[in-house]
Design a protein around this ligand. Structure first.
Ligand code: HEC
Length: 138
């Protein structure tokens, strides 16, 4: 009985791996309104990430971290703007590794954002891809 179960689970794992192997890995990892990383625009990031998971704290007259991420304000407060929490800019165009926004989303050398509830890796990858394509206001 246990052997059959083990075999069945192994088969499932193999099948799902095969299913994701045809150069559609990013689509396999997507969920819940995610946009494929290579196509993410700033408007997508605003609606699927900032509006959904950040503006509860990052809006109003005294936004957390001195950072307002509400629609219309977020872009101007991020791109090429110095961060308060580090020597990095919040978003350094073409360089996601040097962007403090990515540090907080990953929680590396920075307080994790959203606190205690990290975004999925597909969402973080889409932010990185947008920055590495130049962080346009698209
Ligand atoms: C529960 C409240 C809360 C939520 C939700 C939240 N933050 Fe924060 N954020 C903070 C606080 C508080 C700080 C100040 C740093 C600290 O004390 O941890 C901060 C700091 C930051 C900073 C650093 C600003 C700077 O210049 O140093 C960034 C960037 C940031 N948050 C991005 C985000 C993003 C993006 C999201 C959503 C994905 C998010 N935060 C969600 C509370 C929050």
């Amino acid at each position: 009985m246990k052997r059959k179960l083990f075999f069945f689970i192994t088969l499932l794992i193999i099948l799902s791996a095969v299913n994701c192997s045809d150069n559609i890995i990013s689509e396999c990892e997507l969920c819940c309104g995610d946009v494929p990383a290579g196509k993410t625009t700033f408007a997508d990031i605003q609606s699927t990430i900032f509006n959904a998971a950040c503006i509860a704290c990052h809006s109003g007259s005294l936004p957390s971290g001195g950072l307002n991420l509400s629609a219309g304000a977020a872009y101007g407060n991020l791109v090429n703007v110095a961060s308060n929490g580090s020597a990095l800019k919040r978003v350094e165009p073409f360089n996601s590794d040097a962007s403090y926004l990515v540090k907080v989303l990953e929680g590396t050398d920075a307080p994790l954002m959203p606190p205690g509830a990290p975004l999925g890796s597909a969402k973080i990858d889409s932010v990185k891809a947008w920055i590495d394509r130049g962080a346009a206001n698209d």
